[in-house]
Design a protein. Sequence first.
Length: 242
Amino acid sequence: MNQSVVKALKLLDFFTDQHRELSLSEITNRANMAKPTVYRLLASLEECGFLRKVKNSDQDIRYSLGLKLLELGHMVSEQLELRNVALPHMRELCQAINEIVHLVIVDGEQATYIEKVESHQALRLYTRVGKSSPLYIGSGPKLLFAHMSKDKQDKMLEKLETEDLRKNLKMIYEQGFSISQGEQDLDTTGISFPIRDYSGEVVAAITVSGPTTRFQEDREWFIKEETKKTADEISENLGFKK
């Protein structure tokens, strides 16, 4: 663990409703560290946007929490809202098809699984909430990749240098869903549909996964129909209107 990062982040705990602005000396006394060390940590936090410097006068310079924390807090709030809205629908979908259901979002240059509902099948996949995956592997990640802004998508595709992937993403975007076979786990199939917010932006993918032997012909069609219906219901609850 990087101790400098830990020490820097702990300084943020000193800011409360009662102490919204603190001077270097006040922070140094609370942290029980050398003033040069505290100054260096505060400078790093300020550079990253976690703190901002408030200069009341040349002799009175204080620090307060920065807007970066508001931005991160807003992102966390949106993810919690998304999970709360999606979970009841995910449970209904799992009950209808008896396969594991995931909720997947973009996290930087990866996809992260932020919620799941487990099936009652004897043979099922092992997955965990918090798992991350490259955006070019699996039906959920690739669906999110396909709906990225063109600038972001092109920037990532330049690193991967694969024309087949570019064509695959175009097809996913045009057909409105994604299917993968054996990409994350051998002999498994994943089916994913987009979840949109009030602005129409794709904010998540709902993904159903299971052994390929259970995704055949009529049953695959049934799973696709139920998953699409669920994605549409969640999107509607998030304020999306067609």
